[in-house]
Design a protein around this ligand. Structure first.
Ligand code: LFR
Length: 492
């Protein structure tokens, strides 16, 4: 069988990349052909994504690629662009970290669809920026009033490439407008909130065709006219979970990037009240699987510290910061990596210090101390989340797969193994692009089902194993301390 090539446009919160993958019998390798920054822009009315720059990055990446057999797009979830009656983008899409949704759920949404009912229907964790809350925040605006279509980010880029409109289902499952049981838009939620159902395009499943490159796109990128665009698991986390190189069922995963998405792969949603209280989400994976997980603030805490340090002219190189963190005193101070005060962009070192001050802990001043505090706190959040997921879903976990950029962070991987007492298999770091490529390859009949895709990953990708260390008691004590810190850490 000759090898085929696929382009994955994978857009993350800080950068986008176009990665070309070669797939054949026993072959799966990737190379990055283009990487471009994703720099949000603060406009007078809020924080926006620079979607034109992102689209240009995708085009540049396709132009830098040799001829590909198909293209697939994935990005972060929940955010969307609105099309007007001419099919043009109306306004710039908001960034989910924009503050306009603060308090909107309680004020506008839950009075019409109570939170408990919402959870029973959608199975979605409460995040203030879920699409449903963003729409409620925009209700009555001229822009929403004139909108004819809502396209989630990957669907918007697909539309620009092909002219074809659809809503990919793994990403639709993050909106709060999608029924976790039926796998369709929820008429109940949409009606009760007075949302125009016509805004929501027909659903597509990963693997479905999404059209072919428009002639001007093909001409501009040098790709063949008629090159197909394939619907992939367009929610980046769903693509990352495809590429978890698991062999059995009793694994947990942490997709570790700007966010840490920590959880389990299940056959059916868990929408119990206990699950809602623990704020676990039931997002859709490929082949009807459920991604049962929680969002943990993730490497965002560290990335945002590094950005603040760069602005202040301080050293912000990762290897040096991690080496300093490795030498810093263990468990000096801990922060709740779920706390909403860490969500918005800003002076993260000062926010972490303020949190420690408020909770009566030593205030980390040096960069190494601060990074150690963040990484230990993340590892403890991984521990707490995975233990709770296992309890709520009635599953055993024997090992953890860490995928995504954060799986390159040796200190975080070792801390996660130590904190959970479970072996960690780290890699692949480019799980999202690999998942994107595998779903395209499957659509062309090159690979089989999910277990077959994962066997190909295990056989071809470099993985690293971390064994839990001997400091079990120290991590257990830190976990108990974290529970107390969390309790006292609510902003005044
Ligand atoms: C990760 C991610 C998360 C989602 C968050 C916001 O990149 O897609 O899964 O909750 O971004 O969209």
């Amino acid at each position: 069988m000759p090898n085929h090539t696929f382009a994955a446009a994978d857009l993350g919160a800080t950068s986008g990349r176009v990665i070309v993958g070669r797939v054949g019998h026993g072959v799966l390798d990737i190379s990055e052909v283009h990487r471009f920054p994703n720099t949000p822009v603060l406009l007078p009315d809020g924080l926006r994504w620079n979607v034109l720059a992102l689209y240009q990055g995708i085009l540049d990446g396709l132009r830098a690629s040799d001829q590909v057999d198909s293209v697939g797009i994935d990005t972060w979830a929940v955010d969307y662009g609105l099309l007007d009656a001419d099919g043009a983008l109306a306004g710039q899409p908001f960034h989910y970290r924009d503050s306009r949704t603060d308090g909107v759920a309680a004020r506008e949404v839950w009075p019409r669809v109570p939170a408990a009912e919402m959870y029973r229907i959608t199975g979605l964790q409460h995040l203030p920026f879920n699409t449903v809350h963003q729409l409620a925040a925009g209700a009555g605006s001229a822009q929403l009033g004139s909108a004819r279509r809502l396209l989630l980010m990957p669907d918007l880029f697909t539309y620009w490439l092909t002219g074809s409109v659809g809503a990919e289902e793994t990403n639709a499952s993050t909106t709060g407008l999608f029924d976790a049981h039926t796998g369709t838009w929820s008429g109940t939620v949409i009606d009760r909130l007075g949302i125009d159902a016509g805004l929501l395009p027909p659903l597509r499943a990963p693997g479905d065709p999404a059209g072919t490159l428009l002639p001007h796109v093909a001409a501009h990128t040098g790709q063949s006219p008629g090159t197909p665009v394939t619907t992939v698991a367009s929610h980046d986390t769903a693509s990352a979970v495809v590429a978890v190189p698991a062999t059995g069922r009793d694994f947990a995963y942490i997709s570790c990037g700007t966010w840490s998405l920590a959880g389990l792969e299940l056959d059916a949603p868990v929408v119990t009240e206990a699950s809602r209280e623990a704020n676990f989400t039931n997002e859709r994976g490929v082949d009807g699987t459920i991604r049962y997980l929680r969002n943990i603030m993730g490497m965002w805490l560290l990335e945002e510290c590094r950005r603040a340090w760069s602005r202040q002219g301080l050293p912000a190189g990762l290897p040096r910061l991690l080496a300093d963190a490795a030498r810093a005193r263990p468990f000096a101070s801990l922060v709740d990596a779920d706390s909403p005060e860490f969500l918005a962009p800003g002076d993260m070192p000062e926010r972490v210090r303020a949190y420690c001050r408020r909770t009566g802990q030593p205030v980390p001043h040096g960069q190494g101390e601060l990074v150690r505090c963040i990484l230990e706190s993340l590892a403890l959040a991984h521990r707490g989340t995975l233990r709770r997921a296992a309890e709520l879903a009635g599953r055993d976990i024997t090992h953890i797969h860490m995928v995504g950029g954060g799986s390159r962070n040796e200190l975080l991987c070792q801390f996660t193994a130590d904190a959970t007492g479970l072996p960690v298999v780290a890699g692949p770091a480019e799980a999202t692009a690999l998942g994107n490529i595998l779903v395209q390859a499957r659509a062309q009949g090159l690979v089989g089902d999910l277990p077959a895709m994962r066997r190909l990953l295990t056989a071809t990708q470099k993985l690293r194993r971390y064994t839990p260390g001997a400091e079990r008691a120290a991590w257990a004590a830190a976990a108990s301390r974290m529970a107390v810190v969390r309790g006292s850490g609510q902003p005044g």
